[in-house]
Design a protein around this ligand. Structure first.
Ligand code: CTP
Ligand code: CA
Length: 236
């Protein structure tokens, strides 16, 4: 086995990428979850590794097939997690030593209070789930960010048109305090579980620094072009 020398424009950078969707247990056999496949985050990790970065990919409920190439890449370490609490612990640990952090994962906003230790039964009547808000992992990363660290968020938004998409994206970018926010429009059909993606990347001024309509790999490459430019500005 040949030793692969890091090369490419991300050589020397350590990055953390999260992907997939967290699940919050209701009882031993049921959960609250979302439709994120983890494909976009896997593509972001692969693109970074192929461009020379050392990558930690933290995956929440991503099919083996989606992680296949990433798992075999010598520059990528894959960690699997389930709940938002597990994702937060793994991400915080990896992020501390990372130059760039990209939060692609779809994080459950709420978890169930008082998870049942036995399977809920119909004879007990319709369950009344009490939900409590999960910690915002991204906000924590922004808070803990040190000089020279770049933090990138993702936002999947339903919007009537491009104007509303950008408006929502800019508001979220400001609220989150991230260096870049990658926004994509989702609906019942588009975005989730699909092979292609349109991604619009916003910077701290709200400017569109990338607008790519193509494969998730192409979207990932454009995202890294933008992230590298921002990162070079922070470090240099
Ligand atoms: N995120 C996070 N922790 C959470 C919720 C979201 O780290 N508890 C991250 C996601 O990984 C993503 C970004 O925040 O990178 C935006 O997620 P999104 O769900 O769009 O934002 P929210 O602040 O949860 O707002 P809302 O769901 O109300 O639109
Ligand atoms: Ca959310």
């Amino acid at each position: 086995l040949a030793v692969v020398q890091p090369h490419g424009d991300l050589a020397g950078l350590t990055v953390t990428v999260t992907t997939g969707g967290t699940r919050e247990p209701i009882d031993p056999v049921r959960y609250l979850g979302n439709r994120s496949s983890g494909r976009q985050g896997a593509a972001v990790a692969l693109a970074a590794a192929d461009r020379g970065a050392t990558v930690t990919l933290i995956a929440a409920h991503v099919d083996d097939g989606v992680l296949d190439a990433a798992s075999r890449h010598t520059a990528i370490t894959v960690h699997r997690v389930s709940s938002t609490a597990e994702l937060k612990a793994a991400t915080d640990a990896a992020a501390a030593a990372s130059d760039v952090i990209v939060m692609v994962a779809a994080v459950a906003d709420y978890r169930v209070a008082g998870v049942s230790d036995h399977k809920l039964r119909k004879e007990d009547g319709a369950p009344r789930l009490e939900l409590v808000e999960n910690p915002d992992i991204l906000a924590g990363l922004v808070e803990a960010r040190h000089a020279g660290q770049t933090v990138v968020g993702f936002a999947a938004e339903t919007a009537a048109d491009d104007g509303e998409l950008l408006e929502r994206g800019r508001a979220k970018r400001t609220r989150k305090g991230v260096d870049l926010l990658a926004v994509n429009r989702v609906g019942w059909e588009a975005g989730f579980e699909s092979g292609t993606n349109r991604l619009v990347v916003l910077d701290t001024a709200g400017a569109v620094v990338a607008d790519v309509d193509g494969s998730k790999r192409e979207a990932a490459e454009a995202l890294w072009d933008a992230a590298l430019a921002v990162h070079a500005g922070r470090v240099g």
